[in-house]
Design a protein. Structure first.
Length: 633
């Protein structure tokens, strides 16, 4: 037992030291500039693989078995191979350039090894889904020339495949891994510092102070806190597990059904992925792939995200009215003033981040300064409270938490790079557009439906970033070829990649919420889909009418925004069966008609939809007054 305790202690120290090295490397490059792609990306991947093999050992369930030492040795061998293959590339890339990119026998062996290592590391940290997709892509490159017709391609041998993946920036080390190695890591680290500094707890307390006393208050608190923290956390599932542990029991306590409570938290946490300013770090990938400013992506996401959360809060309110639920007692809740006085300063790092981005600083530099601001606040807080001795431990905890939090994204981006390499090398990317257009007979609507389904399927069990990348490399060019604005096309794919977290059969965020709430997973998943219905509709609208992603005149944008808000109210009332009072099937149908008329931009449709919604509300108001008058008589 003592040996096991020592081994675990040594393993924990190894994880801490590697995590600190990873953070030091990325903080250095954030301040002084990134190295060349064939240095920055392999080193980033080396740190990620090393941490995965340390944190997720093959022997974790059999430490007392006789073969545990051999399994531990196997993990150390994998770490050694990771170091050899990736450091070899980063140290010899100049020689590679001098010989014109020609691969040596050593390069080919090391390249094949690193692909296997990435697949194994991804399997350990994310499960089987993404490695299987990657293996299918590799198999298609090697044997796809046997497929007849347009789905086939010219022969590609193993040497060509490995050299393309390992020795160029078009395969394993392409854009996704580059974004992970530069932008995303810094923002995940920033989120870790916010968690350790207590900002997550402040968000919950502040939301409780603002909305906890309202009708259905705990559910509104869940929406507000998850929207703010989910944008930074970068993982819908992680956000459900962190904020949901506080909000879901409170929702159940005041009377919400378990499946509804779990669904609310899952939907709110998923919405945080497309909530500016950070959008779960995916905003940087979108900006990099489109070659546009980061702020352009954030601006495009503002109106859809506001509509999403407005609709969610509105449906939460209607459910509380329908069930006659109340809020929490004011005396049990914190007051806004004291909460802001005690912890308002914790919002300053977010203000620094947004200010730096608005001033057109690079995302890396903005993230670095935001992290520095958090550290400064933690230092001042420690001095005031007399807890300075605890500060180094908190900083180490944040650094390790940030490195651990980056593993899923880093390995997902590495596998996505392998898939991208196979798609481009085989020529499938160029042919896929023609295949989809041919299958849809040139119909934009059918093409959008195919892309939506592809995004939801590829997103099953994957991170948002990985699902977006895998889908957009194939589907993005299809939509652009059919005349869709490039930003609208990428946002369309991104939204459905996010929604895969709450769409059965593999709705990871909804299943996590169900676990905390004690509800049935599939029932919670379908409830999540119902609550997030506006997010399934809006992407189609902004493809046809980009005004909802801030492309148009100020007057047109404002009018479309107001009418869309009214549309959210109409569709929420239709789904919840409640407007001013309970509604029947006929009124639900009329409310759905009003919703679609209002959400669809256009003056005439807006006027008809608004008139229909106002008429239904007036009808229920008149009926309520008539019933009240009769009861008094």
């Amino acid at each position: 037992m003592a040996d096991n305790a020592t081994r675990k202690s040594l393993s924990a120290w190894a994880v801490t030291l590697v995590a600190l090295g990873m953070c030091a490397f990325h903080l250095y490059t954030a301040q002084f500039g990134v190295f060349s792609a064939m240095v920055q990306r392999p080193v980033h991947l080396l740190f990620a693989c090393t941490l995965v093999f340390l944190i997720y050992p093959v022997a974790k369930k059999n430490m007392n078995q006789p073969w545990a030492a051999a399994q531990l040795a196997w993990d150390l061998v994998l770490i050694g191979l990771s170091a050899w293959t990736l450091l070899h590339l980063s140290s010899s890339y100049k020689l590679l350039v001098m010989r014109g990119g020609m691969a040596t026998t050593t390069d080919l062996w090391l390249g094949g090894t690193v692909i296997i290592l990435v697949l194994e590391a991804t399997r350990r940290v994310m499960g089987n889904a993404l490695p299987i997709i990657t293996l299918v892509a590799l198999a298609y490159s090697l044997w796809g020339h046997h497929i007849p017709g347009m789905w086939g391609h010219r022969p590609i041998d193993l040497e060509q495949l490995v050299s393309y993946q390992y020795l160029t920036t078009e395969g394993l080390f392409t854009i996704p891994l580059g974004v992970s190695a530069s932008f995303i890591f810094i923002f995940i680290l920033f989120g870790a510092f916010l968690v350790v500094s207590g900002t997550g707890e402040f968000f919950i307390q502040f939301a409780n102070a603002l909305a906890g006393h309202l009708r259905g208050g705990p559910a509104k608190v869940a929406v507000l806190s998850s929207a703010t923290f989910g944008s930074i956390s970068g993982s819908a599932v992680a956000n459900v597990m962190s904020t949901g542990s506080f909000t879901i029991p409170l929702m159940k306590k005041i009377g919400y059904k378990p499946k509804f409570a779990g669904a609310i938290e899952a939907v709110a946490s998923t919405g945080g992925q497309f909530m500016p300013p950070v959008m779960g770090a995916a905003a940087f990938i979108i900006a990099d792939m489109l070659g546009i400013a980061y702020l352009e992506v954030c601006k495009a996401a503002v109106i859809p995200s506001v509509l999403y959360f407005f609709a969610l809060i509105y449906m939460v309110h209607l459910e509380a009215l329908r069930q006659g639920l109340k809020g929490m007692a004011r005396e049990t809740l914190p007051k806004v003033g004291p909460v802001v006085a005690r912890g308002g300063y914790l919002m300053f790092p977010a203000a620094v981040l947004i200010g730096a981005l608005v001033m057109d600083w690079s995302p890396m530099k903005a993230g670095l300064w935001a992290i520095g601001t958090v550290v400064l606040i933690m230092l001042l807080e420690s001095l005031v409270k007399g807890t300075l001795r605890q500060l180094p431990g908190k900083i180490l905890e944040a650094l390790e938490k940030g490195a651990r939090g980056s593993l899923e994204v880093a390995l997902a981006c590495a596998c996505a790079g392998i898939v991208i390499g196979n798609v481009t090398q085989s020529g499938l990317g160029l042919k896929f557009s023609s295949l989809v257009v041919q299958a849809s007979s040139g119909s934009l609507f059918l093409s959008l439906a195919f892309v939506m389904v592809a995004s939801l399927i590829l997103g099953m069990g994957l991170t948002t970033s990985a699902a977006y990348i895998l889908t957009v490399i194939l589907a993005g060019p299809v939509l652009i070829q059919l005349g869709v604005e490039p930003l609208a096309a990428h946002m369309f794919v991104f939204y459905y990649a996010c929604l895969s977290c709450i769409t059965p059969p593999v709705a990871l965020a909804a299943f996590a919420g169900a676990g905390i709430a004690g509800a049935r997973p599939f029932a919670t998943g379908f409830e999540s889909m119902r609550l997030a219905i506006i997010a399934y509709i809006v992407p189609f609208i902004f493809v046809y009418h980009p005004v909802l992603i801030w492309q148009g005149t100020w007057w047109g944008i404002a009018l479309s925004f107001v009418s869309a808000l009214m549309g959210c109210m109409a569709i929420g009332s239709a789904l919840m069966g409640y407007l001013k009072d309970r509604v029947n099937i006929l009124m639900r149908g009329l409310l759905l008609a009003a919703a679609f008329l209002l959400i669809m931009p256009g003056y005439k449709s807006d006027l008809v939809g608004a008139a229909l919604l106002a008429g239904l509300y007036a009808w229920q108001t008149w009926r309520a007054r008539l019933v009240e008058a009769n009861s008094h008589a």
